[in-house]
Design a binder for this molecule. Structure first.
Ligand code: FES
Length: 147
């Protein structure tokens, strides 16, 4: 059994401890806002916050999350009032939208650490892939959220 906190609630997973966090979140906790893209740590669609760090949930086991605090897109805010979500809405940012939960989580972690990131800071922190090419709007939205 593996125990940790997800979205401020204690959870216990009776799964193989090597199960990727992504699948525990999606399949056992029904937190399907966290997306599967590549499963190899490259795309960032599965990004969640683990103890204040942006983490690719497809590449971390639930055993490695023991005793830690995980936040998913579902708990960023209950009414889309988080500054990053507001900036995304105001910028009408998503196209297909699939990668955006991971983008938003990575942006929220960045802004917790750096309230006024430069474009270089944004590019260094947001390594997620968007097939629609929304990168310029993502930079603009992060700057808007940081204002
Ligand atoms: Fe985890 Fe692509 S699904 S990085």
């Amino acid at each position: 059994m593996t125990s940790f906190t997800v979205n401020d609630r204690p959870v216990r997973y009776l799964m193989d401890p090597e199960t990727p966090l992504l699948w525990a979140l999606r399949d056992a906790s029904n937190l399907t806002g966290t997306k599967y893209g590549c499963g190899t740590g490259d795309c960032g669609a599965c990004t969640v916050d683990v103890d204040g760090q942006a983490v690719r949930s497809c590449r971390i086991s639930i055993a490695a999350c023991e005793g830690r605090f995980v936040t998913t897109i579902e708990a960023l805010s209950t009414d889309r009032s988080h500054p990053v979500q507001q900036a995304w809405i105001e910028a009408n940012l998503p196209q297909c939208g699939y990668c955006q939960p991971g983008m938003i989580m990575a942006a929220a972690v960045l802004l917790k650490k750096n309230r006024a990131p430069s474009d270089a800071d944004i590019d260094a922190a947001i390594t997620n892939i968007c097939r629609c090419g929304t990168y310029p709007r993502i930079r603009a939205a992060i700057r808007r959220a940081s204002a």
